[in-house]
Write a protein that binds this ligand. Sequence first.
Ligand SMILES: [Zn+2]
Length: 358
Amino acid sequence: MDEAAADRSLFRDESPSSSIRYARQIRFAPVGEAGQTSLASSRAAVAGMGALGCVIASHLVRSGVGEVVLIDRDIVEWSNLQRQMLYSERDAALGTPKAAAAAARLREANSSVRVFPAIADLTPGSAESLLAGADIIVDGTDNFSARYLINDYAVKHGIPWVYGGAVASGGMTMTVIPGETPCYRCLYPAPPAGGIADTCETAGVLSPLVDIVGSLQAMEAIKWLTGNRQAMSGSLLQLDVWRNSWMQVSAGNARREDCPCCGQGRFAFLEEPQQESSAVMCGRSTVQVTPSRPLGLDLSRLASRLESSGRAELGPYSLRYRSESGLTVIIFPDGRALVQGTQDPIKAKGLYTDILGD
Ligand SMILES: [Zn+2]
């Protein structure tokens, strides 16, 4: 057999029916044909495509959720490969945006799912469009401001979200169903002061932990999307894979009338006016500069303007510019930039303005 014929033979079942692809899941009675059909007509948003996001999105796409939105602002780096299962050395070498790399990999696993990569920061200005139409939001972020924002959005629109966190050997997950369960702010009224909470940068993180937490989150989402509300956990789960502990904390009584979000309907994190901002990215010498509104940059024009410097390089998703001072700036079409090689927001902002003007 020649090579082309071998390929044809390999792909002779190019589009198997969903009853074949999802046979083992459909056979599980609480899912069944009806649950599978319901999954196929659902849309899920995965916020953050780091380690948790990779696990969550893999399960959702392989299970046959009809539409999956992958939101991430960052690029793949070498230190991600230890635990972020969808990325390869090639992605790290090229600095591919995580949302794009993950979408490419997941489409290979299941081409019948519509995967929408969003190379973007989840902010008050972008949340309404990035999360629009989602039947559930699953949290793969690594920061508190994103979680309070997701909580506001979910409660405002009456859709559930599944919180998850993993640091060192300990993880936590909780599902928020607006109108039924406490929301995130009922339990944690305000974000912790900067520098108090452990992060993956200060305390590290173990790869098997992330798999467990992300899988639990995906399971909650699949239960919801297949109409199995009664099977959902309804509590806060804390686990530690090093100390071998697993603790369910009932959160049933934690709903608060005076919660600003679900009790009083004030969505401060979602309605915060957005200003141009810069933020040091967790775990690295990188500062993100975000314009007050998306810019719609013509990157090829910007590249030709910077060409004479000989330090600009146009890629499929971004423009990479090496400054004289040794910093690297990655600029996205929405005007957002990652300034690598510094943790100084003022320095990063200065270089950003040098390139794009004020
Ligand atoms: Zn609440």
